[in-house]
Structures are given as C-alpha cells and as structure tokens.
Write a protein that binds this ligand. Structure first.
Ligand code: IPM
Ligand code: MG
Length: 393
C-alpha cells in the first residue's frame, strides 16, 4: 500500500492534519500514514526542528502532508532552547523552508479560487453603485528554493564578502559604514530554477485552460534577478503560443488584485514575491483558512496549508479552526498522484458545504477566534470535516 509521511508539526497543524486524513479515507483513498516529527518541540529539545529521521522517511516514501510550524526570529528561538543547548551555536531555520531546499521542492503551487457562497469572498463596488463579487481563480507559481530565501545572509559581513561587494560600483555608499551596522541578504536566481518554475506554470496554464501567465517581479529595479525571470519567460513562452505572457511589477500587482482580480490566471514569481502574492490572493478567497499549496520536486512532494500554527488555538476543546485549507492541500496530493477524480470529489464537497452555508467555522463568520465561538454559532473543526464528508458522493 502507498505510504505517506505525515508531519503535523506545531499548534493547529496537529488539529487539522488528522481531519484531512478522515476526508481522504472517506473519499476512498487508501494509504498507510507514517508519522514524522518536525517543528518547535524538536528545536527546543534537540536544537534541530527538522530531524534526520523525518528526512529519511521522506526520502523513502516521497510524499508528505504537512500541518504547520511555529517559526520565530533568531533571538527568541535561541531563548527557547532547553538550557543545556543554549549558547552552543544552534541557529533556528524554518524547517519547512529547510525541507523545500533539502529535497529541491522548487515548484510551489498555490491555487486561490473563490467558492461561491463564501461570506469571506472579495466584494467590490460596481460602477452602477451596487456591489459585485468577481470570481477569483488565480494559481500562483512560487519559486520555492532560492531568491531571498537562499539563506545567504550576514549582519557584519566578513571581510572577504565586503571586498567582493567592493568590486561593484554600487557598494561605494556603504563602504565606509561600520560592518557591524551592515546587514546583507542575497537574492540568488539561477537560470535552471527560473526555467523550471516558468515551465511548470505554462504547462499548468495549458493543461487547465488558463489563457495567461503573468510574471510578477520588479525588473525595473531588480535588473538582474527579475530581469532573468522576464528573459527566460519569453523563451519558455515560445512553446506556448496559445497562452498569453503578461508581466506586472509586484507593487502594481498588489494594487490591481483588488481592482480586477478576475483578470489573472496563472502567476509566477520568485520566492519572496510569490510568498506575498499568494497571501494577498488568499485574502480575496477567504483567507488562510482556504489557502492550500503543493511543494513539488522531481522526486518528493509535500502538501501543506499556507497558514501558520496559531498555537493559542491548539488546545481549545472543541477545536475551532477551519480545516478546509488542509483538506484542499490533501486534494492537491491526490491530483499529484493521478487521483484526479477523488481530488475533484473533495473539492466539490467543500464547495457544497460552503455554498449551503449551514456549517461555518468562526473565520467564515468573521468572529475573533476564542473558546466562545461555538456558543455563538460557529461550527467546530470536526463538524466542518463531517459536513465535507457528508457531501462526498
Ligand atoms: C509560507 C510561509 C513560510 C514561507 C514561512 C512559515 C517560513 O509564510 O509557506 O508561505 O515564508 O515560505
Ligand atoms: Mg507565506
């Protein structure tokens, strides 16, 4: 039987991941699930949030479902290490970013589609004075391993780095600053990775009938990195004459997405811009409770909701968080392994629940989260999953 590595991680990851497995079972998908540790507890206990054992399991089974992890800035993370491990040179790196890089899961797909009937859908004023709800159907392709996530960073860069920088005329204004007061984060793009994300985006657009691919970067300022993305996009486009190639700047895109989100289909961006655009589009279709994603490499693929771990909700009983993002991520896993019918059945079931509007978690009712939301009429996590399962046919 197929084995899938499950990494619930931290906080609400532990709540929503098991819910998605209930849906997979109900849709008739059979697999064996192998638990793997990842996240904050591993960091505090061992100084490593991404254990070698987890890496081994993914190497072996190739498919993963991931819940959520807590990530904190460097100093806070070090302070939470168990006392014996403090001041020993352990540095916290986000384990999901680590996984993406370790397995070269360089193609990140983040569909942001509105479900009719979702009270959280974006609404705008129409020219005639009323309001209208544009249908959002955007799929963000985020380069997932390089760019500003390369991890090439320094505060107080070493002499050799400063010297190398000094070979560039633009270093001049910084040359006399005390190095201790200089921080550098390097944005690295490589042609092969840029080509892969673009090829994945165009192939997806063609396969799923999107009429455009929009490259969303900032080539007027980031001439080299964004410039490379634009140049390679033109080359890749040649094999897809039926798909339009468009280009926007990240800042302008942030403005347009609330003016005319229905005009965008597939979008492609580097790592950080892709991170930003995917949250921004998610906001138009219900927020992070609806945002699913796939991190896809040549051999390994890991599927995850893009929300954080919201630790304060982990222990609420009954649980209140919306499992839909996790369930939709599990559906993406089904797509990835050729179970398109089952994936579609899961999405249709979610659509049915949302359309009917009888069962809504607190976020869908625009309530602030807390233990009182159930008494105020919000569905529990379990009730939402049950409703999705009841709509499978
Ligand atoms: C995401 C998240 C991560 C990222 C964080 C948790 C490191 O925001 O998956 O979008 O920045 O990639
Ligand atoms: Mg993000």
């Amino acid at each position: 039987m197929r084995k899938i590595v499950i990494m619930p991680g931290d906080g609400i990851g532990k709540v929503v991941l098991p819910e998605s497995l209930r849906v997979l079972e109900a849709v008739g998908f059979e697999a064996e699930y192998v638990h793997a540790d990842i996240g904050w507890e591993q960091w505090m206990e061992h100084g490593n949030p991404l254990p070698e054992k987890t890496i081994e399991l993914l190497k072996e089974h190739k498919l993963g479902l991931f819940g959520a992890i807590t990530s904190k800035p460097k100093k806070e993370a070090s302070d939470e290490l168990k006392p014996e491990l403090r001041d020993q040179g352990f540095t916290y790196y986000s384990p999901i970013v680590g996984l993406r890089q370790r397995f070269n899961l360089d193609v990140c797909i983040r569909p942001c589609r509105s479900f009719p009937g979702n009270p959280l859908n974006f609404i705008r004023k129409s020219a005639g004075g009323g309001s209208e709800e544009p249908e959002v159907d955007a799929v963000i392709f985020r380069q997932n391993t390089e760019g500003l996530y390369s991890g090439l960073e320094w505060t107080n860069p070493p002499e050799a780095v400063r010297q190398a920088m000094g070979t560039h005329p633009k270093w001049k204004p910084f040359a006399n600053t005390d190095p201790a007061d200089v921080a550098l984060s390097v944005r690295v793009f490589t042609r092969a990775a840029v080509r892969r994300i673009l090829e994945a985006a165009f192939a997806y657009a063609k396969q799923h009938g999107y009429d455009s691919v929009t490259v969303c970067e900032k080539p007027n300022v980031l001439r080299e990195t964004s410039g490379m993305m634009e140049a390679v996009a033109k080359e890749v486009h040649e094999a897809y004459p039926d798909v339009r190639l468009r280009s926007t700047n990240i800042d302008a895109q942030m403005m347009w997405l609330t003016k005319n989100p229905e005009d965008y289909g597939v979008l492609v961006a580097g790592n950080l811009f892709g991170d930003i655009i995917s949250d921004a589009f998610a906001g138009l279709v219900g927020g992070l409770g609806f945002a699913c994603s796939g991190n896809i490499g040549d051999e390994v693929a890991v599927f995850e909701p893009t929300h954080g771990s919201a630790p304060k909700y982990e222990t609420l009983d009954p649980p209140i968080v919306n499992p839909i993002a996790m369930v939709l991520s599990a559906a993406m896993l089904l797509d990835h392994i050729g179970e398109a019918d089952k994936a579609e059945a899961v999405r249709n079931a979610v659509a049915g629940v949302v359309r009917e509007g009888q069962v809504r978690t607190y976020d869908m009712l625009r309530m602030p989260g807390g233990p009182d939301v159930i008494a105020k009429g919000a569905a529990t996590t379990t009730q939402m999953t049950d409703a999705i399962i009841a709509h499978l046919d």
